[in-house]
Design a protein. Sequence first.
Length: 402
Amino acid sequence: MCYTQSRFKALLSACVLSLIATAGWSQSLTWLGTLPGSSESYAYDVSADGAVVVGWVYDAGYYRAFRWENGVMQDLGHLGGYWSWAYGVSADGAVVVGRADNAAFYGRAFRWTALGGMQDLGTLGSTWSWANDVSADGAVVVGGAYNAARQWRASRWTASGGMQDLGHLGGNWSEAYGVSADGAVVVGGSYNAAGQRRAFRWTAAGGMQDLGTLGGYESEAYGVSADGAVVVGWAHNAAGQRRAFRWTVDGGMQDLSTLGSGWSEAYGVSADGSVVVGRTLYYDYAFRWTASRGMEDLSTTYASLLTYGSYLRWATAISPDGRYIVGGGSNAATDRFEAFLLDTGFPRRGDVDRNGCVDDADLLQVLFAFGGRGYRNEDLNWDGTVDDADLLQVLFNFGSGC
């Protein structure tokens, strides 16, 4: 990488004119509401900058996928039937994936964009399919579909290759729930030859790998880090309890412990694999886990943002930088289960090294990585390239928190 001194000075001069000292951490909780006529809402994914949230609403048997932005909840429609659900969104918020009924009332995997609307992604030779996640650029969609033999199989879709069957671990069922930023690593669950559900990690070169358990019989994977090296989900321990896990290529499967009930599930993980979110079962605590703080109840940690009687029940996804968390909770003000967007205020914008201060160290990290590809902390706007936009974000926020 060669970054000329003159180019850096030009960017710096342009930024200095508009640099404004940033105030203390900005934390907020936004209840997203519902669509007209619906009584509940659930958020399932969030864009990199926290501006777009996707999920679905429900009322008396009515389900509809939504995309929320700037306080407005948009109904994404369907494929000719009545129902739809949104489960994943691209890093920039432009591509939404999920499941929608067609005119024959078969559920189909869809990929939605503002220009193209809802696209039916087809099946593996039968009638049903659905999509659970999408790569950062919106090009790779993963989920599940029936094949011609009416066996449910984990699937991976691209525009050029269509829908691909990812196989299984020896049983007759598999489904994909998460995909890495570049679309190369897929995670999910599959029955093995003994009929036990097992978490898997799939790559084109290695196929489907059984990630094991925590001493019990079953497990399932729901989320994966940007580079595919960290996987999260649930696994049975020796006592038969479902426990949230964090798996790494080098360390294997780690029990993340739990809050109160002894049972927990992990659903989402930050890009670098350091922050995990999910919920504890039975008591329904939305949690966040880090190595330094362990598992914490989000309703307790952010109690100051909640009105009396409101609770954060599920944490289903987290933004790549770990700042934004979405899910569902009990909103006392509306007396309903409602989708939420939690802005934890950390990391600060431009804080590449996550130390709370936007300074020379952050600037140098971006400069040394400049021009590089791949999704990483230096890629602050999460577009797959470390470039001027990332450098400007550091410069505009320079000195914040220091």
